[in-house]
Design a protein around this ligand. Structure first.
Ligand SMILES: [Zn+2]
Length: 254
């Protein structure tokens, strides 16, 4: 990890100095001393692994397990696999997910690339409620998926064109070939992209042009997301941390 973080030699994360001394011995293994600011640091300093008593190899394994599990990894499962307490595992899952949160939204798609867009409803079932057996409020989630494996999903207020546009403008490159279902809101939006094709699910049409035009990737994305909610997280709350610039656009959540 030191070679990966500092390929040209260790550098002090506090002051940036290259004049550092690697300390040794059993109690100071992995510790560096900066000769300029006289502060100590390790390869963990300034990362999500900082100030933790959990061994680094368990952190790395946990990071791999969470990153490689497409339906998510629960803290309970992680605690069993790594032989650590549930409390430690819960702390790790939160820190690792925090590290995965993108700081900005890179548009997906591009010239000669297809981007599938679809929306779904997320919300509980009336029969699962202990009291007041009325249908819980459903929340709309919009997903945009390209065919290179990148995607953006957002909780949106509704499927009106202006709200879809606010989300899609940020997440999709205008040069993309947009693929959607026949929802009317997409018609005016489609003209803003290089191409727009639709599949008509109500007429049992799922794939067109020899398999090129479809929104099956977006539907798989939703399927995985729902599996993750049911299988790993059990329940999700509406409120999530979101980039501030999204507040005024009818979108709330990631
Ligand atoms: Zn320093």
């Amino acid at each position: 990890m030191e070679a990966d973080r500092w390929p040209d030699g260790a550098c002090c994360p506090h002051c940036g100095s290259l004049d550092v001394h690697k300390m040794g011995g059993k109690t100071q293994a992995g510790m560096f001393l900066c000769k300029d600011c006289r502060d100590k640091f390790t390869v963990r300093t300034g990362t999500v692994f900082e100030r933790s008593h959990i061994p680094l190899h368990k952190w790395l394994l946990a990071t791999h397990l969470i990153a490689a599990s497409k339906k998510g990894m629960s803290a309970l499962q992680l605690s069993r696999i790594l032989g650590i307490t549930y409390k430690s595992a819960w702390f790790m899952t939160h820190r690792i997910r925090e590290a995965m949160t993108p700081t900005k939204i890179d548009p997906i798609g591009g010239q000669n690339k297809g981007v599938e867009t679809d929306e779904t409803l997320i919300g509980g079932k009336a029969k699962n409620r202990a009291f007041a057996k009325k249908e819980p409020k459903k929340h709309t989630v919009l997903t945009m998926v390209d065919r290179d494996g990148d995607s953006h999903s957002f909780h949106i207020a509704n499927v009106q064109a202006d709200i879809l546009r606010a989300a899609m403008n940020r997440a999709i490159d205008r040069k993309s070939h947009l693929m959607t279902d026949e929802l009317a809101s997409y018609s005016p939006l489609g003209e803003e992209y290089a191409n727009h094709s639709t599949v008509n699910h109500s007429a049992d049409e799922y794939v067109r042009l020899g398999g090129y035009i479809h929104i099956n990737t977006a539907e798989c994305r939703f399927s995985l997301m729902k599996r993750a909610v049911f299988g790993t997280h059990q329940s999700v709350s509406e409120a999530t941390a979101l980039p501030a610039e999204w507040d005024s656009n009818g979108t709330s959540g990631k």
